[in-house]
Design a protein around this ligand. Structure first.
Ligand SMILES: [Mn+2]
Length: 328
């Protein structure tokens, strides 16, 4: 990984701006807040936080979360600019044009697809989270990390590792996590806020969606669907559907879980999860994409037709994959 003389760069600026991506996740939010806190307490410079989307309410417990802005505060031309957890600048949506080719842009990220868009590029694809990198960088830069910053960085790491359940969790991840806990972070409180607590409407929505639960192809495929009427009936919002598709994948013997959300605007968002098959291949056949075990696409067609077309494709895919495994 490239190294930079941050202290020298900091001498040339009076302000710092931190940007993160659309549909912000725990790593984007926790990393931004943690870095803001670290830079502000260690340099005394004003640090502005930008995100092109609203921050979901479940992150309200993180210190400083109210400071996120969606429009620029003055010009950022003279600022030192950090872009966190973004594989490319398109992830900044409408904020991209404001900082393209910025002369002091530091890109800090852990995605394998990062395209090195910054003036400085600190990219470590072995890091479990951008939050993990920020802790290492802060140490290297000689910055003190206080309790508030530790809480934010811990939340970033616990989010991107799914509570240390995913393959990206390394010994180094746990060593860094141990140091964050030593600063007073309480894992149970963070888990409660990020993973366990949900609004009543979300549970009502799950109940509504479960009415459509269907097992298919010798129980190898599980799917369910919902539309905007179903969501409104529960007093819920579409973003509360996040994660429902995981319940489908986690059913015993199921290989592929599929969730259909028929939006009133005339398209269907389809989410795929699998235990061992590359569902990104199915999603990309419908113009979408994602990771091998978690992918998605948006299909424009009658709801019943979308379900039919997608199920046909998944059936063929699962058949083909099973044959391949038998041959091997
Ligand atoms: Mn991340």
């Amino acid at each position: 990984m490239e190294t930079i003389d941050l202290k020298a760069i900091l001498k040339t600026v009076k302000r710092i701006s931190i940007f993160s991506h659309v549909r912000p996740d725990g790593d984007a939010i926790g990393s931004s807040l943690g870095l803001q806190r670290i830079l502000h307490t260690n340099t005394g410079l004003p640090v502005y936080l930008y995100c092109p989307d609203v921050i979901p309410a479940k992150y309200d417990f993180l210190p400083g979360v109210e400071q996120f802005l969606r429009e620029l505060e003055g010009s950022v031309e003279q600022d030192l600019v950090f872009v966190l957890d973004c594989s490319d600048l398109d992830r900044l949506d409408y904020l991209k044009e404001k900082i393209q080719q910025h002369p002091r842009l530091i890109n800090i990220d852990h995605h394998v697809t990062n395209d090195f868009f910054g003036k400085y590029n600190l990219v470590d694809t072995r890091a479990a989270a951008t939050g993990e990198m920020l802790y290492q960088l802060s140490r290297a830069w000689g910055f003190h990390v206080d309790f508030e910053a530790a809480l934010c960085l811990y939340s970033a790491i616990v989010s991107d590792t799914g509570s240390f359940k995913y393959d990206n969790t390394t010994p180094e991840t746990l060593r860094i996590t141990a140091e964050l806990l030593q600063k007073g972070v309480q894992p149970s409180l963070v888990s409660q806020r990020l993973f366990d607590e949900r609004p009543y409407t979300t549970l009502a929505l799950l109940g509504e969606a479960l009415k459509s639960l269907t097992l298919d192809q010798d129980d190898k495929i599980a799917w369910m669907s919902i539309d905007d009427d179903g969501i409104e009936k529960c007093g819920a919002k579409p973003e509360e559907l996040d994660g429902f598709v995981n319940y489908l994948r986690d059913i015993e013997n199921v290989e592929v879980g599929i969730f259909f959300y028929h939006a009133r605007v005339g398209n269907t968002k389809v989410g795929f999860r699998s235990k061992s098959m590359d569902v990104a291949r199915i999603a990309s056949a419908f113009g979408g994409g994602g990771h091998p075990r978690a992918a998605g696409c948006t299909v424009e067609d009658e709801p019943s037709m979308v379900i039919k077309r997608v199920l046909n494709a998944v059936h063929a895919f699962v058949d083909e994959q099973q044959k391949e495994r038998l041959i091997r």
